[in-house]
Design a protein around this ligand. Structure first.
Ligand code: FES
Length: 68
């Protein structure tokens, strides 16, 4: 089904060294088939896989920042 308007379009923002920020509500399906729902205004999905709350970011990526 085509997306009718920008209102229905979800925005995903990739950060430089951290999570992907996704406007909620969302339904996340994990690699092992679990479905996790969140009604939050925005969620941060972990891309570094260091989060103890994976698939959500718990800011663990900050401990491993690349030097600039
Ligand atoms: S991106 Fe933040 S803990 Fe992985």
């Amino acid at each position: 089904m085509p997306i009718e308007s920008d209102h229905e379009r979800r925005r995903v923002t990739l950060t430089a060294d951290g999570p992907a920020l996704i406007e909620g509500p969302v339904e996340v399906v994990t690699a092992d088939g679990r479905t996790i729902r969140s009604d939050r205004f925005a969620v941060a999905l972990c891309l570094c896989r260091r989060s103890k709350n994976y698939p959500f970011c718990d800011t663990s990526h900050r401990k491993h920042c690349r030097p600039s």
